[in-house]
Write a protein that binds this ligand. Structure first.
Ligand code: DOR
Ligand code: ZN
Ligand code: ZN
Length: 458
């Protein structure tokens, strides 16, 4: 018989509210959720008991946008270290991007990446298939692939996946199964190049043009579209308008576009946190030397925006269907080089930052459950994850809401071993994480074996 576990007296968080409750788990699944303190129900026998009073319990977070670098970039991250970072951040399922080397663009590369993930991941996962200018017929010819969605780099970024011209983009929109998700990195490549010649790095118009094009194609083909890393007010308006017209589009915001702004590069990495964010160090100069991070550690595609855009994201959280990290680790050596790659890690910092924002009243705990748990499951149609309810996988993130600490104080699991949020004071810490009923992260330690993670089906 499967082992039983009761997690008692925790405060359960969902998009609909926060309530005390007991969770009964058998094997990998939740079998019952009871209101705490109710004494009229039949007692459960032969179970292990975990007292969770004083703790918040979220459904395990689902991060639908991570770069885990394997194969080909194992010096920055791999499926093991990346999923350890996920668990440390309360994330129990990750969707890995295909811009590896080789890129995941056909059956051979997909099977290879899948094998590596199955051998190494410590949380659950799925893999994107990458679009190329030549592979738009792949899905119609091969139904065996079990990818979470198709990723199209409509603008260039790390790696060589780029589908820039209209015909190639359109053929993917037309041919990829219409009820499955196409996720896009939407920056208009001709605009990116044009502004680069003028010394400007990817201004907002680059993203705005390409999001408009993607939405127009999705509307025309009446197909599912997911816009990655929305970073500007105008993109939000375009997507809100498309949703109002019934276009099947969803979108994600990232923690870095919510918590950092262009100012941070000048201010030494403390962004809108201002004096508070300077934490123990005090003045700017100390922060710079304490963090020791070069400006490139605050550069990613799409780039950080002005405060007005950051404010627009916060004011329009209702337009976001999820928050995803775009965890994009690069080594400090690479970041310090003459031509640094774009991207920042984010798996270990997303939940503490959001909990802190909740503590400050900038969003509600319910919003975190909607954006990090239920939303991702809904967008990608993931069965049995994202909620604390009978029949769902027992993926649970237990949080001590009152723990106060500084990001960077605890050792990081990501192989790149830095974070753009180093030194930020946060409130709320991940204490324990369960994946399919197994305790996987316990007080700072990974307690499941390499390869414990399983592929998710959607
Ligand atoms: O900054 C980024 N880094 N944006 C991307 O689109 C890719 C990512 C990476 O893989 O490094
Ligand atoms: Zn991207
Ligand atoms: Zn990305």
């Amino acid at each position: 018989m499967a082992s039983s576990l009761v997690i008692k007296g925790g405060t359960l968080v969902s998009s609909e509210g926060v309530r005390r409750g007991d969770i009964l788990i058998e094997g990998e699944r939740i079998v019952e959720v009871r209101d705490a303190f109710s004494s009229d129900q039949s007692p459960v026998t032969n179970y292990q008991l975990l007292d969770a009073s004083g703790l918040l319990i979220f459904p395990g977070l689902i991060d639908v946008h991570v770069h885990l670098r394997q194969p080909g970039g194992e010096h920055k991250e791999d499926f093991y270290t990346g999923t350890c970072a996920a668990l440390a951040g309360g994330v129990t399922t990750v969707f890995a991007m295909p811009n590896t080397s080789p890129a995941v663009v056909d059956e051979t590369s997909f099977d290879h990446a899948m094998r590596l993930a199955e051998q190494n991941a410590v949380c659950d996962f799925s893999l994107f298939l990458g679009a190329t200018t030549h592979n738009s017929k792949l899905k119609t010819q091969n139904s065996k692939l079990l990818e979470c969605g198709l990723k199209i780099y409509m603008g260039s970024s790390t790696g060589d996946l780029l589908v820039e011209d209209f015909a190639a983009q359109y053929e993917h929109f037309e041919r990829y199964p219409h009820d499955r998700v196409i996720a896009v990195h939407a920056e208009h490549e001709p605009a990116v190049r044009y502004f680069a010649r003028r010394g400007l790095r990817r201004p907002p118009i680059c993203a705005e043009i390409e999001v408009s094009r993607a939405v127009a194609m999705a509307a025309h083909c009446n197909r599912r579209l997911h816009v990655c890393h929305v970073s500007t007010r105008r993109e939000v308006e375009i997507i809100a308008d498309a949703k109002a017209r019934g276009v099947p589009v969803t979108c994600e915001f990232t923690p870095h576009h919510l918590f950092l702004s262009r100012q941070v590069v000048q201010d030494g990495g403390m962004g809108e946190q201002g004096d508070k964010g300077r934490g123990r160090q005090g003045d700017k100069e100390n922060v710079n030397s304490a963090c020791g991070l070069p400006p490139s550690c605050f550069e990613m595609n799409p780039p950080l925006r002005d405060q007005a855009d950051v404010d627009a994201l916060w004011a329009n959280l209702a337009v976001a269907d999820c928050i995803a990290t775009d965890h994009a680790p690069h080594t400090l050596e690479e970041k310090r080089s003459a031509n640094p790659p774009m991207g920042v890690p984010g798996l270990e910092t997303m939940l503490p930052l959001l909990l802190t924002a909740a503590h400050e009243g900038r969003l509600r705990l319910e919003d975190i459950a909607r954006l990090c748990c239920e939303g991702p499951a809904r967008i990608y149609n993931i069965a049995g994850k994202g909620k604390i309810a009978p029949g769902f996988d027992a993926d649970l993130t237990l949080v001590d809401p009152s723990a106060e600490w500084f990001i960077g104080d605890k050792p990081l699991f990501t192989k790149c071993n830095w974070t753009p949020f180093a030194g930020w004071p946060v409130r709320g810490a991940v204490q324990r994480v369960f994946v399919r009923g197994r305790l996987a992260f316990d007080a700072g330690r990974i307690v499941v074996e390499r390869g414990f993670g399983r592929p998710v089906r959607n």
